[in-house]
Design a protein around this ligand. Structure first.
Ligand SMILES: [Zn+2]
Length: 237
């Protein structure tokens, strides 16, 4: 039996420092499973969610929790250099070399956050899947098909949707894909609202401008030129 209520929320979340907010510090984190870290105030609510899922035969697993600025920067630069595939909103491979630099920036942002602006830096954002629904060597992809009707994680996704709309959890799904030119829908991405509210307020365009200006990042000039648009389309939800 769970010893804590599913929607148990810490009394008060201490605002993150700029370094914590942007993935450059791990001092707010606790290791939940080997190699997987979450904000210390999110660990108990996440464990409670796992227990609740287990009652439905769902083995909730974390594909990704905290992600550092350096990791996000490596992903960004690999995509900008063409070393890592960039997909369009339908999941089809894009020919990056044929796009303008501005188009390249917005193509990457459809599926990958700007370093410093990834919600995964906060430690309260979790990409989940259900290991009870697939075989041991299932190659997890985190695609919309996997979570849709007929996909292996349909049950898990439906259960989560019901739980969220019932109001009995502090987790929610920030990426609904409702804005056509913003971040694509991510049914696997959960956000812990009490922490997210604090972080969303702290992550201003000014914070990001300063960070990007001081970072060795591909497409830096175009990012800075378009930062206000990037912020309103991809960062502010
Ligand atoms: Zn995610």
């Amino acid at each position: 039996m769970s010893t804590y209520r599913l929607n148990r929320v810490p009394k008060k979340i201490t605002p993150l420092t700029i370094a914590q907010l942007t993935g450059q510090s791990q001092s707010h984190l606790q290791e939940v499973f080997p190699g997987h870290f979450l904000h210390r105030d999110v660990v108990a609510p996440y464990r409670a969610l796992i227990e609740k899922a287990a009652e439905e035969g769902i083995a909730l697993r974390m594909a990704s929790g905290f992600r550092s600025f350096d990791r996000q920067l490596a992903i960004w630069n690999a995509k900008a250099r063409g070393e890592r595939p960039v997909m369009d909103s339908e999941g089809k491979l894009l020919a990056m070399a044929l796009l303008s630099e501005r188009e390249q920036v917005f193509a990457i942002l459809r599926w990958s956050a700007l370093p410093g602006a990834s919600r995964h830096h906060w430690g309260g954002e979790i990409d989940i899947w259900d290991s009870a629904a697939v075989g041991e060597d299932y190659p997890l992809q985190l695609t919309q098909e996997e979570y849709a009707l007929g996909g292996p994680f349909e049950h898990c996704s439906h259960w989560l949707g019901e739980l969220i709309s019932s109001g009995n959890t502090a987790f929610f799904r920030p990426y609904k894909g409702s804005q056509e030119d913003g971040v694509a829908a991510e049914p696997w991405h959960l956000s812990f609202r009490p922490l997210a509210t604090v972080c969303e307020a702290a992550l201003t365009p000014g914070v990001l401008r300063k960070l990007i200006a001081n970072t060795d990042i591909y497409l830096q000039g175009v990012i800075l030129e378009n930062l206000d648009e990037i912020y309103s389309r991809f960062i502010r939800l």
